[in-house]
Ligand binder design. Structure first.
Ligand SMILES: Nc1ncnc2c1ncn2[C@@H]1O[C@H](COP(=O)(O)OP(=O)(O)OP(=O)(O)O)[C@@H](O)[C@H]1O
Length: 261
């Protein structure tokens, strides 16, 4: 795969991306350029392929039997699906946080150290764990209890622990699939503040059902909907302020105004 220098400008760029489950095309012809060190929200009605797109960015869909992609997803100018690309390495550069916090039934410390251990990290593990927990705005709450189980934390803390676990392998991009849907409003705002902090150093892509969240927490918004053949399509993509105040497409406007009443 040849280098495509002009695309290095983006954190991720998709070209004519089509995603299939068996014969069903779940997402079609997506051309999306993700701006580095910004927060991009993917919004749209249920089933329009938001999670499918997000999961294709770190090859999580590889685990789904029958999944297939066409087109390109460029990361540093290289197609993430090129035959010589190692999906495990992809997931190191492009981490993921899921809807439901999913810490391992291990200590807080071991949850964070886990990825680095697997990668054979040779540096100072205590420092790495502290740095990742600080990065996830959790250090002050857990520093005296690092041996306690990750499962003993509150939901919001567990989600921040999962973010710390993602940070500890030094990713460039963090994918978040509905990261606040299991959290109360206060824990949700904490995660949103944290996303803002993290976007100074990382590119963040978040799938959210919550339009207020997209409007207040993201820099760019991609609106997806379902076409007549049930395939997800990207209708409109732009700066969040533009999408929410002056959408160019009637479908975006209908969705946004419908939800806000
Ligand atoms: N593992 C799978 N096998 C087969 N079809 C799937 C699979 N996962 C998703 N789909 C289908 O692909 C389409 C897109 O699903 P996806 O979960 O990406 O949408 P979404 O916009 O994230 O939805 P939601 O907001 O409800 O989570 C849907 O029609 C869904 O039924």
């Amino acid at each position: 795969m040849s280098e495509q220098n002009h695309s290095n400008h983006y954190a991720i760029e998709t070209r004519n991306l089509n995603l299939y489950y068996g014969n069903f095309r779940a997402v079609k012809e997506v051309n999306l350029q993700i701006v580095p060190r910004k927060i991009t929200a993917i919004i749209g009605p249920s089933g329009c392929g938001k999670s499918t797109v997000l999961r294709s960015f770190n090859r999580m869909n590889d685990f789904v039997p029958g999944f297939r992609m066409e087109g390109e997803i460029l990361f540093h100018g290289k197609n993430l699906y090129a035959p010589d690309v190692d999906p495990v390495q992809v997931r190191q550069y492009i981490g993921m946080v899921f809807q439901k916090p999913n810490p391992f039934p291990k200590s807080i410390y071991e949850n964070v150290a886990w990825g680095a251990r697997i990668n054979g990290y040779k540096g100072n593990m205590d420092e790495l764990v502290e740095e990742a927990l600080r990065g996830a705005a959790l250090w002050d709450e857990v520093k005296d209890n690092l041996k306690k189980s990750g499962l003993s934390l509150s939901g919001g803390q567990q989600q921040r622990l999962c973010i710390a676990r993602a940070l500890a392998v030094k990713p460039e991009i963090i994918l978040m699939d509905e990261p606040c849907s299991a959290l109360d409003p206060i824990a949700t705002l904490k995660i949103e503040d944290l996303m803002r902090e993290l976007s100074q150093n990382y590119t963040i892509i978040i799938v959210t059902h919550n339009m207020q969240q997209a409007a207040r927490a993201s820099d760019y918004t991609a609106f997806f909907t379902m076409d007549e053949d049930r395939a997800g399509v990207m209708v409109e993509y732009g700066e969040t302020s533009q999408i929410f105040t002056t959408p160019r497409d009637k479908r975006t406007e209908d969705y946004i105004t419908g939800r806000f009443g």
